[in-house]
Ligand binder design. Structure first.
Ligand code: ZN
Length: 374
């Protein structure tokens, strides 16, 4: 057996954990930049809890709340400028993947002058502002990863910045902030997390250790998704119990630890074009492609696929597909021209070779076609 496991983020999960642990923030810095989106952190109470905890701990702060979904490079440069002007010494990201990923890039650019090429080629000096993360969706797992995914208009896709410098120092997980998430956002983000754990198991970098975490994550998320399928009494996000919310948050954090060690693979490579060009939500994009991709992998690695299905208490890839189709509802459609173009982009993505069974362009075309050319 061999593995290399490193997870430097302190994770505290509890209801009201921010207020209960305000003293922990004192060890991190004296003036915080809070990075968040325009609305949701105000609505779900997370921003108020963070500012209250900072006041309680006697820590000064400023707020940058201009992060849009799928944040652009310009957005993080603007945030970094704001961080420099205000002389902050740590960064708190509050939100879904977008604000958390933006916070990471801002924490780097606040202390390093790097142009766009340098940013995406990850050539950094060894300095960064410490990061604290407060996830308000259960999907990206960004609170425990060394990745920041930004929209890269030069490459017309999303590009990942990957450096251990942006591992958060602290992650504060409170499922209460997810109480009012819509059913659609809950399902999309959960499918993203599920995809992280499944792709982690399909990765060449998977180990016994990462598989153990992935299996636990897949179990928790599948059980939760099974309960919130349409037709099982849940008609809106507010019907989802706190027990399910908690399981999803735990499962997505575990999935973040998985991709920290394995990276994402072909499904994410293919999904990025659906988000960039067709504006399909990131988690949904992965979920649209997963069943066909799993079917493709099962031709070469049937036992590996069996282990994933077992964690989901399923026996066949047909069962897996039915489960996803139920959650996805009516699927988006692509033309064959779009499929050709997206396959051309996906085949160049750096995480495609991460797959245990590497698809060629023809295989990618087939997965897109089966998933979205109906
Ligand atoms: Zn993802």
């Amino acid at each position: 057996m061999n593995f290399n496991f490193h997870m430097p983020t302190r994770v505290i999960m509890d209801e009201d954990c921010i207020l209960k642990n305000s003293f922990v923030l004192k060890d991190i810095g004296h003036k915080a930049l809070i990075v968040t989106g325009a609305k949701s952190a105000k609505k779900n109470g997370s921003l108020q809890d963070v500012t209250e905890a900072l006041r309680k701990a006697g820590i000064d702060f400023v707020i940058y709340d201009k992060v849009m979904s799928n944040p652009t490079v310009n957005c993080v440069y603007e945030g970094a400028k704001y961080a420099k002007e205000n002389l902050v010494d740590f960064v708190i990201g509050i939100g879904g993947g977008s604000p958390m990923d933006a916070a990471k890039a801002i924490a780097l650019l606040a202390v390093q002058d790097k142009n766009k090429e340098e940013l995406f080629s990850c050539s950094f000096e060894n300095k960064v502002l410490p990061l604290v993360m407060v996830p308000t969706t259960a999907g990206t797992g960004s609170e425990v990863t060394p990745y920041s995914i930004l929209t890269n208009d030069m490459a017309q896709t999303k590009t990942s910045i990957s450096t251990p410098l942006i591992f958060p120092k602290l992650a504060l997980l409170d499922p209460n902030y997810m109480k009012n998430l819509s059913l659609t956002v809950t399902v999309n983000t959960a499918m993203d997390a599920l995809s992280h754990s499944i792709e982690g198991m399909l990765s060449v970098r998977s180990t016994t250790f990462s598989d153990m975490i992935a299996t636990e994550s897949i179990k928790r998320i599948t059980q939760s998704l099974d309960k919130i399928q349409i037709g099982k009494g849940i008609t809106s996000g507010s019907n989802i119990t706190m027990d399910i919310r908690e399981k999803l948050l735990y499962g997505s954090m575990l999935a973040g630890i998985v991709i920290t060690h394995t990276g994402t693979s072909a499904v994410h490579s293919m999904g990025y074009s659906l988000t960039y060009f067709k504006n399909i939500d990131h988690g949904r994009a992965n979920a649209l492609l997963l069943p066909s991709f799993l079917r493709f992998v099962s031709k070469n690695e049937p036992l590996l696929v069996k282990r994933i299905l077992l964690a989901m208490e399923m026996e066949t890839t047909d069962e897996f597909e039915t489960f996803f189709l139920h959650l996805l509802g009516e699927r988006e459609k692509l033309t064959m021209d779009e499929i050709e173009r997206f396959a051309g982009i996906a085949i160049q993505a750096k995480n495609i070779v991460n797959s245990r069974v590497v698809p060629d362009k023809e295989d990618i075309i087939q997965v897109y076609t089966r998933s979205l050319h109906l």
